[in-house]
Design a protein around this ligand. Structure first.
Ligand SMILES: [Mn+2]
Length: 337
């Protein structure tokens, strides 16, 4: 992604911009919400008269809900204004994650732009006029920061904190950071060193229900071996991502957490960095996206963090993931008892 192209954002004359819609993925996480927050600021700076709506399909996830208290913005439930000039989709690699908002996007004559760091599925590609996609970026927030920079707009303190929160969240507190991430963090902290403050914001104590979900995921754990890699399979009703991360924290190379709700089967995957580095398996494209495509669901994600959802699924999604994983690894799956 080159900066010249970033400088062309939002690909419509800012002075003519009157109505814009920002949409993030369903159950917005901290990165998605904060990227929307930063994009809203950017559009308002480009044209103070622009009216901006923000949509978070199916609401916010628990960590984003907490962060949103520090960075409140109006979130619209239903689009009543139909004459949009611009639609910006942030942090969303698959159109299925837009839920009912996909119809708003399809039906609008607005210029449509995706700002994302996920591998982009064709379902999004076919809807968009412009793709600002960098899969090497730590987060959508890092990209929004680069957009601000390209437009020579300085974020205020609140926006700096929000973008930093998204970067820290998606980069696992900079464990997955690249040089460009550090450069963004440095910029965002230039006016005031907000690193510690934002870290503390994200480190609020976990809800008891989340802790229970993490512990139950360990209690219900089934362990498998494929080619020497330890694969943990479990089932919990909520906090899938947190539970999967906890299992990788315990030492699993890959954690698979599944659940069924309202006729929808979901699977959340997390892998260790060593697993990705040694096998080259991308949990987003090789596993979640490939299985959901063949099963008629939605799925995708990053090399070590991915998820998928399939409606009216008849089989056992965990078994399907294990099968696909072992094929990619090139070794059979053996239960460890
Ligand atoms: Mn993200």
């Amino acid at each position: 992604m080159n900066l010249l192209r970033l400088g062309s954002f939002p690909f419509v004359k800012a002075s003519r911009l009157s109505a814009a819609l920002i949409i993030c993925h369903r159950h917005a996480d901290v990165d998605a919400y904060c990227a929307a927050y930063g994009t809203r600021f950017l559009l308002k700076k480009l044209n103070p008269r622009v009216k901006v709506w923000t949509a978070c399909p199916e609401g916010l996830g628990a960590p984003a809900e907490r962060i949103a208290q520090s960075f409140p913005m109006p979130v619209t439930q239903k689009m009543t204004h139909h004459d949009l000039d611009l639609i910006v989709i942030v942090d969303t690699g698959h159109a299925g994650l837009l839920k009912e908002w996909v119809e708003v996007v399809k039906g609008s004559k607005a210029v449509k732009i995706t700002v994302d760091h996920h591998p982009i599925d064709d379902s999004i590609r076919s809807l968009m006029d412009y793709l600002l996609v960098d899969t090497d970026s730590s987060s959508a927030c890092e990209m929004v920061h680069r957009l601000l920079k390209a437009k020579k707009i300085k974020p205020n303190l609140k926006v700096s904190k929000a973008l930093l929160a998204g970067i820290l969240y998606d980069s696992q507190h900079l464990r997955l950071a690249r040089r460009s991430t550090i450069s963004s963090v440095n910029d965002l902290c230039a006016r005031r060193d907000i690193l510690r403050e934002v870290k503390d914001m994200l480190r609020l104590p976990r809800d008891r229900s989340e802790v229970v979900a993490r512990l139950k995921s360990a209690q219900r754990l089934k362990l498998f071996d494929s080619g020497g890699w330890l694969i943990a399979v479990t089932r919990v009703g909520s906090f899938h991502a947190s539970a999967a991360r906890a299992l990788v924290g315990l030492g699993a190379d890959v954690a698979i957490v599944t659940d069924e709700k309202n006729d929808e089967t979901r699977a959340t995957l997390r892998g260790s960095e060593a697993f990705e580095a040694k096998t080259g398996i991308h949990l987003g494209t090789d596993i979640a996206s490939s299985i959901s495509k063949s099963e008629g669901g939605i799925g995708g994600g990053h090399p070590t963090a991915a998820s998928m959802a399939v409606e009216s699924y008849r089989g056992d999604l965990a078994v399907e993931v294990l099968k696909t994983l072992s094929e990619k690894i090139g070794a059979s799956v053996k239960p460890i008892t």
